[in-house]
Design a protein around this ligand. Sequence first.
Ligand code: ADP
Ligand code: MG
Length: 626
Amino acid sequence: MSAIIKLSPRLANQIAAGEVVERPASVLKEILENALDAGSQQVEVSLESGGIKGIQVRDDGLGIGKDDLPLALSRHATSKIRTLDDLEMVSTLGFRGEALASIASVSRLVLTSNQTDDPSDAWQVAMHGRDMDAELKPAPHPKGTTVEVRDLFFNTPARRKFLRTEKTELGHLQEVFKRQALSRFDVSLQLSHNGKTLQNLKKTKTLQEKEQRIAKLLGPEFMQNALYLEREAGSMKLEGWIAKPSFSRSQSDLQYFFVNGRVIRDRLVAHAIKQAYSDVMYHGRFSAFVLYLTIDADEVDVNVHPTKHEVRFRESRRMHGFLTSTITKALADVRPDTEINPLQSPDASSSVASAANFSGVTSPVGSSIVSAPSIDTSTHSQGNLSFLAPETMAFKPSDSEALSVAQQGAMAQSFYKVPDPDNEAGNENTSEIPPLGFAIAQLHGIYILSEAKDGMVLVDMHAAHERIVYERMKAALADEGIRSQPLLVPLGLSVSEKEAQTAEDATSNFERLGFSVERVSEESLLVRAIPAMLPTKVAEQLVRDVIADFVKYGMSDRIESALNEILSTMACHGAVRANRQLSIAEMNALLRDMEQTERSGQCNHGRPTWRFFSLPELDKFFLRGQ
Ligand code: ADP
Ligand code: MG
C-alpha cells in the first residue's frame, strides 16, 4: 500500500484555512473584500455572538451566475485574474481564489446570489458536506450577493479553542469593519451585532463628509487634531490625515495606511512615518494617521502574504523618501496662525471649551470658535514693539556653554544674530494682531502671558526658545554642511561581506554626513573621519547601526538623528533659562520668532510650547452668559 495519499478536498481546504481564517474577524475581512471587489454601493454586515455564531454580509454588487456559484466555493477558483501578468497588475483586493473555499471548510456556509434585476432569478449554494459538494437550489434574492457563515470552527475543535470571548471577537470584527469603511468612502456600510446597529455610514463625497466618517470611526479627537495633506510626485500620490504631534498615543493603534485601497502594515512605511515625526514626537509615544497611497499597480507586489497585509514596494527607497518628506513638510507647516484659526468642520469644534479642555489636556489648538467677539486692539499699539532696541531683541544664550559644545563658533554666531529692527516682522503691521498676540507679562519666570485676537496665549518660554534655536542650528548645518574631522587613529571594523558591500555602496551617503568610511578588504572597513560634532566613542556603533539600516530599509537616518540630538542638547543649553527676566520687547520678539519657525508648536522633546485659550472657552469657564 502506498504511504502517500491525496488529501480530501475538505482537509486540503482546512489546511489552507489555517493561514487565512484565524478568527471571525478574518472571515469578515475576506467576505467584505469580496463585496467591495464586486463593485457594491451598499454593504450590510450582521453579526451574531461575536461572529462565532453567525456572520452575514449582504451586498448589491455584480452577483454570481448560477454556474459560477459552486465554483466560487472551490479552491483556486477566481474571477479576478487569469494570468501571471494579471497578478502583477492586480487591482482587486482578492485574487488568490481560496477564501470562500477555506471558510466553507471550517463553517456552515450559504452563498446566495443574483446577477440580474429579476429577484426570482437567484440561486443558492450551501456547503455542509464532507467532500465539499455544493448543493445548488433557487432562492429569491435581489441583485447582489449574501454570504452567511454560521458556526465557525464547528468541525475544527482545536481552532475553536483559540476563540476568545464574544466581546474580544467583536472588537476584532469592528476593527476589520473600520478598516474597510476607511478604505472606501464611496460605499455605504452598515454594521450590526445581535440585532443592534453599531455603525451606519452613508457614502461620502466631500472632504467634510469623509472627515465626519473618520470621526465616527476613530473618534472626534483624532479629527480635531488632524492635518489634511495631499501630495503627488510622478506616479505616487499620498493623501490623508495625520495627527499633530501634540495628539499622540501610547500605542500604534491609530495608524492606518492604505496602498491602492488595501490596508497594510509595513515596516518600511512605519519607519518612514516614524522618521518624519522623530523631531516633534515625545519619546515613546506613537503618531496617529489615516493615509492613502496611490501608486501604479505594478510598483507594488501584493502577493507576499496569504492575508495580504504586507506588500513589497519595487522602489522602496524612493517610497520611503516620498513618505518621509511629505509628512515632515506637513508637520513643519504647523504654525500658530494655522493653529489658532484652523478650518474646522462644525462637527469638530463641538467638544471644545469644557473645563477639562481648559486645563489643557488637548492640543495647542484649543479649537477657537469663529464668531468670538473681537478685542479692542488699540491697547496694543503702545505695548507694541516701540521699545524695540536691537540689543534687547536678540536672544543670547544665557551661558556660553552651547558655543563651546558646538566647536563651531562661526555657525553658532549666526543663530543669535541681532535682527534688523526695520525688517522685524510685526514692526510695520501695527494694525494686525499677530497669531500669538502681544506679550503682557512673564509669569513665575517660566511662562509668557500674551493677549491674542479672540483669546489668550500661554507660552513656555524655555521650550519655545529651545525649538527656535534648534531649528536655526539645523538650518545652519544644512546650509554650511557638516564639518568632518579625521580620527587620530582610524577605526577598523570587521563586518560581514554583505555589510562591507553595503557600506561601500553608501560611501557618498556617509561623506555627505561627515563620515569617511572605506572598505579595506572583503570583510573590513576603516572609519577615517567622523563629524566634528560627534564624540569619537559613538562612531563605531553608529556606523554599524547605519549599515544595518541600509541592509534592512535601504536607507538610514541615524547619523542625522545623532547630529540632531547633539544640536537639540546645544539648543537646550542655548535657550533662555527659567527665571531669566525678559522685557516685554524680548517676549514679543520670541512670539514673532515662534510664528516664523517650523515645528514651533513642540519643543525638541515633543512637549507643547504654547496653548491658546479662546474667549468663548474663557467665558464658559467662568459661566459667563449662561
Ligand atoms: P478571490 O476573492 O481571491 O477571487 P474568493 O474565494 O474570495 O476568491 O472568491 C471566489 C470568487 O467568488 C471571486 O473571484 C468572485 O468571482 C466570487 N465572489 C465571491 N464573493 C462575491 C461577491 N460578494 N459578489 C460577487 N462575486 C463574489
Ligand atoms: Mg476574496
